[in-house]
Design a protein around this ligand. Structure first.
Ligand code: PNS
Length: 158
């Protein structure tokens, strides 16, 4: 059985994240989504809220997908869960440099490989940070994030 690990901040999950996770589900038998509990920047949603959003978004796949918050090194979590590979979405060349560094560090720390999936071009400009900024300033984020995230953002910035 092949297991992929999709790590991220998911603050909040965007349609780009959903697309990458769905594509992982079409390639791998099992997918573990790892939500970093304490991202570098202070989070708008705590890890329980981010987990709950992802659980709801993927409730139909709950037999093949698990969602966990983690703290500490990603490679330690990856070892614990016995995943085969880390999968990261790449939006643009600007993502590549940092992602390559992390992939190489993770490989050197634990021998775990990272696969990059090119993001669907329709989500190429999307990021959780920009979505939060647009929502905070009263813009529409419909079509950028799933409807339940639209509602959560409206509530948070009300
Ligand atoms: O969605 P993001 O913010 O791009 O996700 C980044 C994430 C969570 C994958 C990365 O920051 C991470 O792996 N953090 C855990 C701590 C760790 O292992 N750091 C060393 C990375 S080489």
């Amino acid at each position: 059985m092949s297991t992929a690990l999709c790590p991220g901040s998911f603050d909040p999950p965007t349609n780009g994240h959903v697309d990458v996770i769905k594509r992982c589900l079409s390639i791998f038998d099992h997918v573990v989504v790892a939500i970093v509990a304490n991202p570098f920047k202070s989070a708008l949603f705590d890890s329980t809220e981010r987990s709950a959003m992802l659980e709801e978004l993927f409730e139909d796949e709950s037999d093949r997908l698990e969602i966990h918050a983690f703290s500490g090194l990603l490679v330690d979590f990856a070892r614990e869960r016995k995943v085969d590979v880390i999968v990261k979405g790449l939006r643009a060349v600007s993502d590549f440099e940092y992602e390559l560094q992390m992939a190489q560090m993770n490989e050197s720390l634990a021998g775990i490989n990272t696969l990059f999936l090119p993001t669907n071009p329709k989500y190429g400009y999307l990021s959780s940070s920009l979505v939060k900024e647009v929502a905070r300033l009263g813009g529409s984020v419909e079509g950028l994030v799933p409807p339940l995230v639209v509602s959560a953002l409206k509530e948070r910035y009300a």
